[in-house]
Design a protein around this ligand. Structure first.
Ligand code: DGP
Length: 112
């Protein structure tokens, strides 16, 4: 399987790492859409939200435990947005589950 984010997790493609543990890899988005734009990915290949199940949901839980810590360390006390795109209609471009943290400015209200 040829997966961009699996290659980033393995270190075969460079990234600006923010955090890593046995479940989670967090790094800065290459094309930031806000002053702070971080991606959190599970360290196992899960294609999208559609593939989350009882066996792999611990990875999602671990990601969400880390989000407030990363938000604090990035000084996002004013608020931030967490987004995941699932499938073609949502414009998911990388088929490895990822959660965007966006912040560092007043975000627009519209999400869709
Ligand atoms: P999405 O559209 O939700 O699938 O988001 C994919 C994000 O991944 C998009 O915001 C750009 C980012 N991205 C794509 N390729 C790379 C890369 O090689 N490195 C990094 N750091 N981010 C990438």
């Amino acid at each position: 399987m040829n997966c961009l984010f699996c290659e980033i997790i393995k270190g075969n493609i460079p990234s600006s790492k923010v955090y890593e543990d046995e479940y989670v890899y967090a790094f800065r988005d290459i094309n930031p859409q806000a002053p702070v734009h971080i991606l959190l990915v599970p360290k196992v290949h899960i294609s999208s939200v559609d593939e989350i199940n009882a066996e792999n949901s611990v990875y999602v839980a671990k990601i969400f435990e880390k989000i407030p810590e990363i938000a604090k360390s990035e000084n996002l006390g004013g608020g931030y947005r967490v987004i995941t795109n699932c499938g073609a209609d949502a414009c998911q471009s990388v088929k490895h589950l990822h959660f965007h943290i966006l912040g560092g400015t007043q975000l627009i209200e519209k999400m869709g």
